[in-house]
Design a protein around this ligand. Structure first.
Ligand code: NAP
Length: 291
């Protein structure tokens, strides 16, 4: 039994090793999620953290390949560099130019991106949200926003509106949704079924000074699903304000869990035990533990 209460099989020379590479990485919940899945599935696998300095992603991949590492989860700041270093990318990762999951296919290293699909799987599980035909607004145009915009376009959303502080980046994100993507502004929010904040702005200002909300809460209300990808704190001030207006709300923990669940499935071929993975991190996040 580990210190966080999750069961773990005994490690041996036969244990298959995966890991999350990032910088910094010690705070990452990914090994905890992966190890909960391996334990529940009874697999002799283990997940650890690999602290890889910026600019060293290609070298790390070469080393991992030589060591027979069975798969990698990839986080900041390496997602773009890994996309350029794997043998090939899935269409999802290729379009984003960012990889969060490296899969070993008999020595061929395939880069995938499970972030956007992870969020949609989480919203299906928590709210039964069906993106097909939905009108969606995404605030932000960074890595997380781009993954969400692309996934919504792929899933058949009727419209994906991107709002971002820096206009040129909004355009670069909106095209990822295909013909249903466009740049908009917060005035588009009232007509949307789904509003996703993929910026840190929902955290508000700890000094109590007025903040520039991702979308003014007065534009949100009943019938909408409002998501803040932040999960520290579990309820951001913006998410609380949206709930006060009558919107259904969700934080980003589901995205974290489900993008890891999809990684488990890519690596092992087994169906991920999502409930066990949730249980492994929910308490820690609610208590303000590591992210
Ligand atoms: P990123 O690539 O650095 O992009 C940040 C985005 O936020 C940019 O569009 C930036 O706008 C915008 N932004 C930053 N500060 C802002 C502010 N004060 N007001 C308005 N816009 C602001 O970051 P990322 O990786 O996409 O992450 C974005 C958020 O998602 C973070 O809060 C992160 O914690 C969260 N996240 C959650 C998960 C999960 O699994 N739940 C995964 C990844 C990220 P400009 O383009 O104008 O700079």
């Amino acid at each position: 039994m580990t210190t966080d209460g999750t069961a773990r099989l005994e490690l041996s020379a036969a244990t298959r090793v995966v890991g999350v590479m990032g910088h910094p990485v010690a705070h990452s919940l990914s090994p905890r999620l992966h190890n909960a899945a391996f334990a529940q599935l009874g697999l002799d696998w283990v997940s650890v953290g690999f602290a890889v300095a910026p600019g060293r992603a290609a070298a790390a991949l070469a080393g991992a390949r030589a060591l027979g590492i069975a798969g990698l989860s990839v986080t900041m700041p390496h997602k773009e560099d890994v996309a350029a270093s794997v043998d090939s990318c899935t269409p999802a990762a290729s379009r984003l130019g960012a990889v969060n999951c490296v899969i070993d296919r008999d020595g061929w290293w395939l880069g995938d991106n499970t972030d956007g699909a992870g969020l949609l799987a989480a919203l299906d599980r928590s709210d039964g949200f069906d993106p097909g035909g939905a009108r969606c607004l995404v605030v932000g145009a960074g890595g997380a926003a781009r993954a969400v915009v692309a996934a919504l376009g792929d899933a058949g959303a009727a419209e994906v509106v991107v709002v971002n502080r820096t206009a040129v980046r909004a355009e670069g994100a909106a095209v990822l949704a295909g013909p249903v993507g466009r740049v908009g502004d917060v005035g588009d929010a009232p007509g949307c079924d789904l509003v996703v904040n993929a910026t840190p702005a929902g955290m508000g200002d700890v000094t109590g000074a007025p903040v520039a909300w991702p979308v003014d809460p007065s534009l949100l209300g009943p019938g909408q699903l409002v998501v803040d990808l932040v999960y520290h704190p579990p309820v951001t001030p913006w998410l609380a304000a949206a709930a006060d207006r009558g919107a259904r709300t969700a934080n980003g923990l589901g995205m974290l869990v489900h993008q890891a669940a999809l990684q488990i499935e890519r690596w092992t071929g087994a169906e991920a035990p999502v409930e066990a993975m949730w249980a492994a991190v929910a308490t820690s996040v609610a208590a303000g533990g590591p992210s």
